[in-house]
Design a protein around this ligand. Structure first.
Ligand code: ZN
Length: 66
């Protein structure tokens, strides 16, 4: 089974990362070839919360995705 790369906690994402417009690791704007990086997880107050995040092709390749 392939292990998933570590994602930052959802509370540390920028708005653009949260909205899927920026790479979850290097903050690069995503235009072409964005790769699903999984779900960033965390707590908002005491409520579990997660959001789908994306990586640029370079970060995805470096972490064995895509
Ligand atoms: Zn990146």
């Amino acid at each position: 089974m392939k292990t998933r790369p570590i994602l930052p906690p959802v509370t540390e994402l920028t708005k653009r990362q949260h909205d899927g417009w920026a790479c979850v690791w290097c903050y690069a704007p995503l235009r072409h070839g964005a790769v699903s990086a999984g779900r960033a997880e965390g707590l908002i107050g005491s409520t579990p919360y997660s959001v789908e995040v994306y990586a640029c092709p370079a970060c995805a390749a470096a972490r064995g995705l895509g």
